[in-house]
Write a protein that binds this ligand. Structure first.
Ligand code: HEM
Length: 266
């Protein structure tokens, strides 16, 4: 029998706790007390973004395999994570404007604008933008990940193809859509979705979960912009945008416009 020389797995070795605890490095002198919270909350969000990508890729793959029940199960998990992500903004709102200003200048041009995982989630859902890729330096991990996601079909495409295999006569133009183009409203798709809602409870339920997902992302955007307004008011963002003015434009912009447009036709 060969002898085991490897150290036994422990909580710390499995979860890489030593490495994890070295990753919070404030830049302010002192350092300012609240910078720790600011760093940790962003790191936690990036981990949730990673988990969302992991699960949303799964949802898309399950739809491709016509496993809609399991896709819905996974979507339920995504929605639960999203709720936690929205609730977490409460923690950051305990930081007053002055507490934030005490270290804000040390962020220089760093901003959530540069979160490639957030853009990856948008791309995967169908919110594509070639311009968003340009913000990430050539040759890096983030740029490569975004370029790949830009070319790939979206969750919405996966859903339409699934519906087509379920017997719905979706137009070829929709099924062969260029995945690099952002998803926009389509009256043809809406006609079919109305039929799904009226006659097909199983797939209507799936549509409702996608609406939940869309609403969950909008809720995050809304809470984020409110937090921005109460923390920096009308100041410009560190990423160079007009700040709350820019962010307000993104709130209420649906990810799956057809699923919202049909509401008045049901
Ligand atoms: C005091 C807290 C925060 C402030 C003042 C703030 C401010 C801003 C501002 C002004 C923007 C617009 C881009 C720019 O010009 O910089 C932005 C974008 C963004 N922020 Fe925050 N933010 C805060 C916390 C967070 C947290 C905790 C996250 C979680 C990851 C986050 C994620 C993002 C993302 C993903 C964007 C891009 C949104 C888009 O382009 O649609 N922010 N933030």
């Amino acid at each position: 029998m060969s002898e085991h020389t490897d150290a036994a797995v422990t909580y710390g070795s499995y979860l890489k706790i030593e490495e994890l605890l070295l990753l919070q490095q404030p830049r302010s002198t002192g350092p300012e007390h609240d910078e720790m919270l600011f760093i940790i909350i962003h790191q936690v969000y990036e981990l949730w973004f990673k988990e969302l990508l992991h699960e949303l890729d799964r949802v898309k793959a399950l739809l491709e395999q016509d496993q809609s029940h399991r896709a819905q199960h996974t979507l339920k998990r995504v929605l639960t994570v999203l709720k936690v992500m929205v609730a977490q903004l409460d923690i950051l709102e305990t930081m007053t404007p002055l507490e934030f200003l005490s270290f804000r200048e040390r962020l220089e041009a760093a901003s959530g604008f540069q979160s490639d995982q957030f853009r990856q989630i948008e791309f995967l859902l169908g919110v594509k933008s070639e311009q968003a890729i340009q913000r990430f330096p050539n040759g890096g991990r983030a740029r490569a990940a975004l370029e790949r996601r830009y070319q790939e079909s979206t969750l919405w495409d996966g859903f339409l193809q699934y519906l087509s295999r379920e017997g719905y006569d979706l137009p070829q133009a929709q099924l062969m859509r260029d995945p690099r183009v952002a998803v926009v409203a389509s009256p043809d798709v809406q006609q079919i979705l109305v039929r799904v809602y009226q006659n097909d409870p199983k797939n209507a339920e799936l549509c409702e979960r996608l609406v939940d997902l869309d609403e969950g992302v909008q809720e995050w955007r809304y809470r984020h912009v409110k937090m921005v307004e109460r923390t920096i008011g009308a100041r410009r963002g560190t990423g160079g945008s007009t700040g709350a003015t820019y962010l307000r434009e993104t709130v209420g912009r649906p990810i799956f416009p057809d699923l919202w447009d049909i509401r008045s036709q049901l």
